[in-house]
Every structure is written in structure tokens, then in C-alpha cells.
Ligand binder design. Structure first.
Ligand code: UDP
Length: 313
């Protein structure tokens, strides 16, 4: 099997590359490295089945030879990143999805789109099920990401319906683990970095907003299983264990044993107040898939990873 993974140098993408290589696939990574890092792939560069193409998938790409699977994971994905690269974010979700769908159609390959819980916006339904259409501000600061992924889902379904492409859509909820960038601006790298440096943890707003954090190996397992199904509508993947951001900060303070305090900062615009996946569709569809790693264990593994990065900085 030959599998193309766009965004393969990113956090989730690089975990997928490892998994597909371990399953015996030949893996071709396509990444322009605006938010991804070759460091995530360093240990794989001498692998005989691995290759890397530096390319912005918002521009068409020809790949010689057979391709069995196309996974489109390229996109800035943290709020700080997509605020910094709004146009690139809109282009990779729209033009990049069009280009990767075209590649899948040409090669008669399976296609899998990395979508997001952001398609639900600031949700009025809780927890979020796949049949909820969402509450997105199209012109807000998060609109560049939310709307590009909503468009990406729409064009993916159109390629399935009009061209019969074997498409899959995963809606990824907050995911964490080794290989996250310390400076990606997300809550977990921010808090862990601050805790390890002994600085106050920057809680935005009063910290009553909730998120539900999934360890990356659980996500990767779900994605791997989804690719082989005949199911074409979106599937939520995440861990429904919900926590307020304030409690999350306290957990990280306790786990790292830091003397850091909590500092309250302004809440960014359009920050969703709650987020928690309903994962019953995935549980039914994916052969008993369910998250295996609890937050305490996952956080401990992630803190170990960040300790090395903080020392290196
Ligand atoms: N957040 C925070 N402090 C930070 C970074 C984020 O309190 O230093 C909050 C943010 O306002 C949001 C939640 O943590 O409510 C998760 O933010 P993140 O950027 O990780 O991603 P999101 O889930 O909003 O896409």
C-alpha cells in the first residue's frame, strides 16, 4: 500500500506517518513546513519506505505511480497559528482539499479528510453529535479555520456523491501528546511550558469554558480504523472526558509540582464556551474503538516530552 499524508510533518500527521509505516505502508509526506517541523520526522528519514516532498498542497501536485490512500492533514490548526496564517488556512482547507481529492480520484485511492470540532463553532448543543450543524461566526477571527473545514467537508461529500470517491471525514476534537509544538499557542503547551518555567499559567477568561482532551495514540487508532470503513459521513473522534480550563490548569500545576500561580487574561473572541464529543458513532462503527489513555497518564507522558523541549530552549 502506498499512502500520501499531507501535513505529515505536523503533530498529528507525524504520528500517522509512524503508524502507517509500522503497518507496512510506503508513506509519502507532503508538507510546506509553515507550522510542521522536519524534527518530527527526523527518526524516519532513513526508513526505506518513507519519502518527503516539500510542497504547498494549495497548489496542485502530481505524484508518479500508484497511490492507495490520501490523507489530508495539512493545515495550521491551533488558534494562534491560523490567526497568523489566515489566508494559507483558507487556501489549504479549500484549494488543498480540492487538490487532494483530485489526486484520490485520479489514483482511485481512499481519501480521508482531517476535519475538526471547530465546524460546530460555539456550540448550542452539548455534547456535540455529528448531526448538529454548528454555530459558526463566518467573519470572526476563527472563521478562516472553521469555514475552510466546513467547505472541505462539503467538497469531500460532493466528490463522493458526484465522482464516487471513497471518502472519509474525521472531526478531530482537542488532541494532545508528544510532538506538539511548545509555542503553538494551545492551552496545553502554554500551561506546561509555563509550569516548567515557574511562570504563572495564563488562563483566558474565568476558566469556566470546557474542553475534552484526547491523547494522540487514541486518535490515531480511530483514524486508522475509519479509513477501512465504507462510511462516508463525518465521524467525531476525541475523548469525552470534559474539564474546565481552570481545573485543567490546576491539574498541570499538581502534576508538575510547580510553584506557578494562575493569571487571568482576557478571553479571545469567539472562544467556544463548551466542547465535548459524542463518540457513539465512532464506538459503533470502529470495532469497539474507545479512548484508552486517561488524562492523568496522557498528561504525564506529555509533560515528560515537554521537559526535554524546555531544557533545550
Ligand atoms: N486557553 C487558556 N490559556 C492559554 C491558551 C488557551 O486559557 O494559554 C484557553 C482558550 O481560551 C480555550 C481553551 O483554553 O478556551 C483551549 O484553547 P486552545 O487554544 O488549546 O484550542 P481551542 O480548543 O480553543 O481550539
Amino acid at each position: 500500500m502506498r499512502t500520501v499524508i499531507t501535513g505529515g510533518a505536523g503533530f498529528i500527521g507525524s504520528h500517522l506517518v509512524e503508524r502507517f509505516l509500522a503497518e507496512g505502508h510506503e508513506v509519502v509526506v507532503v508538507d510546506n513546513l509553515i507550522t510542521g517541523s522536519l524534527g518530527n520526522l527526523e527518526h524516519l528519514r532513513s526508513h526505506s519506505e518513507f519519502s518527503f516532498i516539500r510542497h504547498d498542497i494549495s497548489h496542485p501536485l502530481e505524484i508518479d505511480g500508484a497511490v492507495d490512500n490520501v490523507l489530508h492533514f495539512a493545515s495550521p490548526a491551533s488558534p494562534v497559528d491560523y490567526l497568523k496564517f489566515p489566508i494559507q488556512t483558507l487556501k489549504v482547507g479549500s484549494l488543498g482539499t480540492h487538490n487532494t481529492l483530485g489526486l484520490a480520484k485520479l489514483k482511485d485511492a481512499r481519501f480521508l479528510l482531517a476535519s475538526t470540532s471547530e465546524v460546530y463553532g460555539d456550540p448550542e448543543k452539548h455534547p456535540q453529535r455529528e448531526d448538529y450543524w454548528g454555530n459558526v461566526n463566518p467573519i470572526g477571527v476563527r472563521g478562516c479555520y472553521d469555514e475552510s473545514k466546513r467547505f472541505a467537508e462539503a467538497i469531500t461529500m460532493a466528490y463522493h456523491r458526484a465522482h464516487g470517491v471513497n471518502t472519509h471525514i474525521v472531526r478531530i476534537f482537542n488532541t494532545y501528546g508528544p510532538k506538539m509544538r511548545l509555542d503553538d499557542g494551545r492551552v496545553l503547551p502554554n500551561f506546561v511550558g509555563q509550569a516548567l518555567r515557574g511562570e504563572p499559567l495564563s488562563v483566558y477568561g474565568d476558566g469556566s469554558q470546557t474542553r475534552s482532551f484526547c491523547f494522540v495514540t487514541d486518535l490515531v487508532e480511530g483514524i486508522y480504523r475509519l479509513l477501512w470503513t465504507d462510511f462516508h459521513e463525518p465521524v467525531n473522534l476525541g475523548n469525552p472526558d470534559e474539564v474546565t480550563i481552570l481545573d485543567f490548569a490546576r491539574e498541570i500545576i499538581a502534576l508538575t509540582g510547580t510553584r506557578s500561580t494562575i493569571a487571568y487574561n482576557p478571553l479571545p473572541a469567539d472562544d467556544p464556551k463548551v466542547r465535548k464529543p459524542d463518540i457513539s458513532r465512532a464506538q459503533k462503527l470502529l470495532g469497539g474503538w474507545t479512548p484508552q489513555v486517561n488524562r492523568h497518564d496522557g498528561l504525564a507522558r506529555t509533560v515528560e516530552y515537554f521537559k526535554q523541549r524546555v531544557r533545550a530552549v
